[in-house]
Design a protein around this ligand. Structure first.
Ligand SMILES: Cc1cc2nc3c(=O)[nH]c(=O)nc-3n(C[C@H](O)[C@H](O)[C@H](O)COP(=O)(O)OP(=O)(O)OC[C@H]3O[C@@H](n4cnc5c(N)ncnc54)[C@H](O)[C@@H]3O)c2cc1C
Length: 407
C-alpha cells in the first residue's frame, strides 16, 4: 500500500481523493465510523460530515473542482458576495465585496454533510482506494524503512505495510497517541452553538462576522434562504441558550447579531461544539505526516480550520507526486520535513491570527475590554480582519493547484 490514511473525515478523504488521481497508487483510508447518509435526516450524525456549515475559500473550492466534485457540491453551496465585519455596541465596520475584489464570490458556504456525501461517494468509486469503514488502527510499528498498521475490521485484524501513514483522525487523535506524539491544547472557555435560522428577508448572499463581548458570531448565507450560525459563547450562556425555547433563542440571536440579520421566523436543531486550540508537537516523522485537526485544531472565528488544512493537502500532494517521479520514498524524513517547511509560515500566520482575534474578543479583563472598545483598536482589528479574510477567503495566499498526473 502506498499510503494508509487514518481518518476519513473532510481532510483525510480529500487527501485520498487527490492522491487517487494517479491510478498507479494504492491508498487505504481507515475510518472509525460508517460513511454518512446525507439524504437521511434521521441517520446518526457523522463526526466530520455533520450539521456544521463551512465557509470554503475559493482555494478549497478549486481543490474540489480539480477532483471533479465541485459541480455536484456547488448545487448545495451558496456564494458569499459580501462579508460584513462589525463589533457589537459600536459603529465600526469593515465590508468586503466580491465585485470590488474582482472575484465571482468571496467563497462558498456548504453544509458538512453534503461535502461528506460527495467525497465518500467519490472514494467508493475509486478503484485504487480501499475505504475501510468502520475500522480502527490498533497499532503502528516500524518494520525496516516502512510502517505496519494493525487494522481491525469486523473483529478481524489485518496488517498493512506502507512507507507512509497519514494521521487525520481529528483533534482528539488516537493516531497521535499510538505514535507518542503529544499535543498542546489550550481551551478557550467557549463553545460554539451551531444551527440554521430563517429570516423574513432575503439574505442576499451576505456573511456576517460580529464580535461581541461574549465571543464572536458568524452568520453565513445558506440554501433555502437560511442563515447558518456559529455562535461562540461561554459555557454558562451557551447552556442557557441551548435550553431556551425557539422564540427566546431567536430573539436573543437578533439582539446579538444586529438588525442586518432581519426578523427570524424559524430555527433548526441546535448543536454545540467545544472550542480549543490543539497543536500537535510534531507534524512529520519518518514515514508519518499528521494532518488536519490532528495537526492543528483552530477556533472557527476566522473560518480557516479546513481551508488551511486543504492548503496543507495541496502542498503535500505536490511533494509526494514529485517524490514519486524522482524515485524518492514517501517515508523519507527529509522529504516530509521539506513539505512542512513549505507550510510553516502560512500555518503560523493563520494560527496566530485566529488565536489572537479570539482572545481579544473573549477576555474579560477590564483593561482589555476598554482597549477593545476604543476606536483605534477596533479600527485596526476590523481592518486587519478584513485584509486577512480577503486574502485567505479568496484563496490567494497559497496555490491549491494539484500536480498533473504523469501515468
Ligand atoms: C463550529 C465550527 C465551525 C467551523 N467552520 C469552519 C469554516 O467555516 N471554515 C473552515 O475552513 N473550517 C471550519 N471549521 C473547522 C473544520 O470543521 C475542521 O478544520 C475540519 O473538520 C477538520 O477535518 P479533519 O478531517 O481534520 O477532522 P475531523 O473533521 O475531526 O475528522 C476526523 C475523522 O477521523 C475519524 N476518526 C476519529 N477517530 C478515529 C480513529 N481512531 N480511527 C479512524 N478514524 C477516526 C472521524 O470519524 C472523522 O471522520 C469549523 C469548526 C467548527 C467546530
Amino acid at each position: 500500500m502506498d499510503v494508509v490514511i487514518m481518518g476519513g473525515g473532510l481532510v483525510g478523504a480529500s487527501l485520498a481523493a487527490c492522491l487517487a488521481r494517479d491510478p498507479n497508487l494504492t491508498i487505504a483510508v481507515v475510518e472509525k465510523f460508517v460513511p454518512p447518509q446525507a439524504d437521511d435526516p434521521s441517520a446518526p450524525l457523522h463526526p466530520s460530515y455533520d450539521a456544521r456549515n463551512t465557509a470554503l475559500s475559493n482555494g478549497t473550492c478549486h481543490v474540489f473542482d480539480q477532483l471533479g466534485l465541485w459541480q455536484s457540491m456547488r448545487e448545495y453551496a451558496v456564494p458569499i458576495q459580501t462579508i460584513d465585519i462589525t463589533n457589537q455596541g459600536s459603529f465600526g465596520r469593515a465590508v468586503i465585496r466580491a465585485e470590488e475584489e474582482r472575484v465571482r464570490a468571496l467563497g462558498y458556504v456548504i453544509e458538512n454533510r453534503y461535502m461528506g456525501k460527495f467525497l465518500m461517494a467519490h472514494l467508493q468509486q475509486c478503484p485504487n482506494v480501499q475505504l475501510l469503514a468502520p475500522a480502527e488502527i490498533g497499532g503502528l510499528h516500524y518494520e525496516g524503512d516502512e510502517i505496519v498498521a494493525s487494522v481491525e475490521i469486523d473483529g478481524r485484524w489485518d496488517m498493512i505495510k506502507t512507507p507512509l501513514v497519514v494521521i487525520a483522525d481529528g483533534a482528539q487523535s488516537q493516531g497521535r497517541e499510538l505514535l507518542g506524539i503529544g499535543a498542546d491544547v489550550t481551551g478557550y472557555d467557549q463553545v460554539a452553538i451551531v444551527t440554521a435560522v430563517t429570516p423574513d428577508c432575503p439574505h442576499n448572499n451576505l456573511a456576517l462576522e460580529r464580535f461581541t463581548s461574549t465571543g464572536p458570531l458568524a452568520v453565513l448565507p445558506q440554501t433555502d434562504n437560511r442563515w447558518g450560525l456559529t455562535w461562540c459563547l461561554d459555557q454558562v450562556r451557551a447552556d442557557e441558550l441551548m435550553a431556551a425555547d425557539d422564540e427566546s433563542f431567536m430573539r436573543a440571536l437578533e439582539q446579538a447579531a444586529g438588525s442586518t440579520i432581519g426578523n427570524l421566523t424559524k430555527v433548526g436543531k441546535r448543536f454545540t461544539y467545544p472550542l480549543a486550540l490543539t497543536l500537535a508537537k510534531e507534524q512529520v516523522r519518518p514515514n508519518v505526516v499528521v494532518l488536519g485537526n490532528a495537526a492543528h485544531g483552530l477556533h472557527p472565528v476566522a473560518g480557516q480550520g479546513l481551508n488551511m488544512a486543504m492548503r496543507d493537502v495541496a502542498v503535500l500532494v505536490q511533494t509526494l507526486f514529485e517524490a514519486k517521479a524522482n524515485g524518492i520514498s514517501w517515508g523519507d524524513f527529509k522529504l516530509l520535513h521539506g513539505y512542512l517547511q513549505q507550510r510553516e509560515q502560512d500555518q503560523f500566520n493563520t494560527i496566530q491570527f485566529s488565536d489572537k482575534l479570539t482572545k481579544l474578543f473573549s477576555n474579560r479583563n477590564p483593561l482589555l475590554s476598554l482597549a477593545r472598545n476604543s476606536g483605534l483598536l477596533l479600527f485596526d482589528t476590523l481592518q486587519g480582519t478584513k485584509r486577512f479574510v480577503a486574502r485567505h477567503a479568496m484563496g490567494r495566499s497559497v496555490s491549491t493547484t494539484l500536480p498533473e498526473v504523469v501515468a
